[in-house]
Design a protein around this ligand. Structure first.
Ligand code: SAM
Length: 301
């Protein structure tokens, strides 16, 4: 019988899920984690590989030792301030369950807006069944490319990153989602690894966009746990956007879409230099869920 005094580790097998849930929530609350009850659910669901509803139906069952151990480990990591997504090693993006490691940026809801706006633009033109070719630059966990492929059943993607470790994570995610046959991963700097003759219908990027001078003002949790390589840029945080705009013009098919996620107060600047190149039509700006200008999307002339 659970007596509430022992640690999760040595009592794991003798506990039910309901008891472990209560204990986990109590521990998280003591560490000052906001929403401890909800987080305890997520940790158990992730550690068991179950959906919340499934877990709810199994609350009276005993917890296997391996699950108890995993939960204890996640709780310890949360105590040290590690973001929940890195502690559990997974997250959800555009309805897909994705593996995440400290080598990749945590996929954000803002980035779902980027994927959604590209899909809307493709819907306006031709519908989702055409075989679009997509280039995702700085793919990280693969979230953008995989979300697009999951909605575009006949499309193909090339996903690049300068981090080999990130590409391993993205490739594992593609495999788990059954999307490997429709995506190719390429290691390299921005557009350098893409052959000159390769042309795309969509070039998308959520590149690093925090200017070096602003790195110090980032949230402590971002600075401590997320990879610098995924965050830091130059020229007011828009170096990657400029480079991809310039070089991407030669890799996009006519009418092709260029779409970026941008940092706060960057959208108008990015739209201005896109326009100035003369290669593109009028850029559109879209807002994220918090009301910030977050996505710039444009069509090649
Ligand atoms: C902001 S993260 C975005 C990751 C993912 N696409 C997302 O939306 O969550 C930027 C990504 O760009 C990659 N990156 C940084 N410098 C790069 C470069 N010079 N060439 C290609 N990728 C780069 C980082 O490794 C990182 O995975």
């Amino acid at each position: 019988m659970f007596d509430g005094t022992r640690s999760i580790d040595d009592k794991a097998i003798a506990m039910t899920y309901a008891q472990l849930l209560k204990q986990t929530s109590g521990e998280l609350e003591r560490f000052g984690v906001p929403n401890p009850e909800q987080e305890a659910w997520w940790i158990l669901a992730s550690s068991t590989g179950r959906e919340n509803s499934q877990l709810a139906a199994e609350l009276a069952l005993p917890v296997p030792a391996a699950v108890g151990k995993k939960v204890a480990q996640v709780v310890q990591e949360r105590r040290g301030g590690k973001p929940l997504v890195y502690a559990t090693g997974e997250t959800e993006f555009y309805g897909l369950r994705l593996k995440v490691s400290p080598a990749v940026l945590i996929p954000r809801p803002e980035t779902e807006v980027l994927a959604a706006e590209i899909l809307k633009e493709l819907d306006l033109r031709a519908g989702r069944n055409l075989p679009f070719s997509i280039l995702d630059i700085g793919t990280g966990s693969g979230c953008i490319a995989l979300a697009l492929l999951s909605q575009l059943p006949n499309s193909f993607a090339v996903a690049t990153d300068i981090s080999k470790e990130a590409l391993f994570v993205a490739a594992e995610n593609a495999g788990a989602l059954g999307l490997s046959p429709r995506i190719q991963f390429v290691l390299g700097n921005v557009l350098e690894p893409i052959k000159a003759e390769e042309k795309f219908d969509v070039i998308v990027s959520n590149p690093p966009y925090i200017d070096s001078s602003e790195m110090e003002s980032l949230d402590d949790s971002v600075r401590r746990f997320e990879p610098n390589l995924a965050i830091e840029s130059h020229r007011g945080g828009t170096w990657f956007h400029r480079e991809i705009t310039r070089l991407g013009a030669f890799r996009l098919r006519p009418e092709g879409i260029l779409a970026f996620e941008v940092g706060n107060r960057q959208a108008k600047m990015v739209a201005r230099f896109i326009k100035k190149t003369g290669f593109y039509a009028k850029p559109q700006i879209f807002y994220d869920l918090f009301g910030y200008e977050r996505v710039v999307l444009v069509r090649k002339i």
